[in-house]
Design a protein. Sequence first.
Length: 429
Amino acid sequence: MQHFTKSPTASTTMMAEEETNTVKRILFVHYGDNWIRGSERCLLDLMAQLQQQYFQCVLWCNQSVLAQQAKALGVTVYRSDFPAKLPLFQRLSKQQSFNVLVGTGCHIVKKHNIQCIHVNNAAPGQWVSQVAKQSQLPWLVQLHGIYFWRDRIYNNLYQANRLVGVSDYVMRDLKQEQASPTQKYHVISNGIDTDALPQQGQIDLRSQLGISRQDYVFAHLGSLIKRKGVDTLLWALALRVKQGGAVHLLIIGSGPEQQSLMQLSRDLGICAHVSFLGEQDTAFAILAGTADCLVSGAKEEAFGLVAAEAGLAKLPAIVPDIGGLKEVVVDQQTGCHYPVNDSHRLCQLMAKYQQQPELAKQHGHSGYIRVCHCFNMAQNAAAFARSYQDIASANGSSYWRNHTALIGTYSLSIFNTLKRKLNKGLAYE
C-alpha cells in the first residue's frame, strides 16, 4: 500500500471542527482501471469542490493516475491493490486477503477520524461494508451504471445506508423494489465544473486540420469502445457526404476500436471528412472553438457527461434516446434524440442543424442555460454534503430494523427478477 499525504492548513482544521455534529471528514473509496474517465473525473471534481467547503477528503483507491491527480488537489491518498471480485468463500471465511482490506480500511478510518464513507462504484462494497460495520460508520454508494440484482447482492449494496445513482435511469430497477425505505435510494446528477472548464478558452483547429470554414463540424468525445457506437457516426457521416453535405467529424478520444474505426472510414471513403485526434487535455476548448454540434452514437449511457460539457460550450447535441442521455439532452430544446443505431435518422438530424444554423444556435444556448442550472458541480457537492449529514444522523437506527428491511429487499429483488423472466417466457409462448 502506498500513502501520500498533505497536511491540512490550520484554517481548514479550525473550520472542519467548528461544529462537532457536522459531517466533514469523508473517506472516498474507488476501484477502476488506471485512467481518468467519467466516474474518476466526477470524483476528482467532487473532492475539489468539497475541499473548498472545508471538508477533509481522504481517498483510498487502486489507481496510480487517480492517486496522483487527487494528491495534486491536496487530498490525502492511500493506494492498495483492489480485486474486482473477492471470492465469496474468502469473505465468508474471512481469509487473509479479505482481512487485509478490512484492516486497512479500519486503520484509515481511525487515523483520520472519518465520519462517513463514500464508495464510488460498486466493487469496494464487498469489503467496505465490513469496514463500516466494525467502525460503526454510515456509508453510501454512488452508482455510475446499472447493476443487476446478483451484482447488487454480491457487492453488498443493500447494506449501504444510501444508494445514489447519477441518473433516474441508473436507479430505475432499484426504485421498483419497495421493500426498502424510499429514503435509501436517491438520484444526484453528475456535475461539471462550470467555472474551470471555460478557462480552457477556445481552440480553433480548422486551419491546422485543413477543414474549410464552410464545413459544418460535428464532434464525438469519448472512449473508442464498442459501447460508444462511433461506427454509427461514421455511417451517418458517409450518408451525409453522399448527399453533398460539406461536413467534418472530429473524433476526440482513444481506445481499442480506433484502428477498426479508421479502417471503416477508409472503407466508406470519408477519410478526408474525419479527424482522429486521440486523447486531448483541452477537449472542451476544442469543442468550444472548432465544433458546431456534438454527436453521440452510444448504445448505453448511464448519464451523459459529454453532452453536459457540450451544453456548457453552447453546442446542440444529437444523442440516442437511451439511458441518462435523455435526461441531459432535452429533445427539440437543447438537442435532438434519435433511435439507437439508426444512422439514417442521425444523418437527417445532422442535415437539419447544418441547414438551420439559427435553430442549432438556439438549442445550444438553451443547453448552456440548462447545464448551468442543473448540472453544475456546486449543486452536486451540496447534494452529497446533505446526504452525508442525513445518513450520519440516521445511523443510530436499530440493527434488526435495518437487517429486516435488508432481507425483505433481497427477497423482493429475486422475486421480481424471476417474475420478469417468467413473463418474458410466457410472452414467447
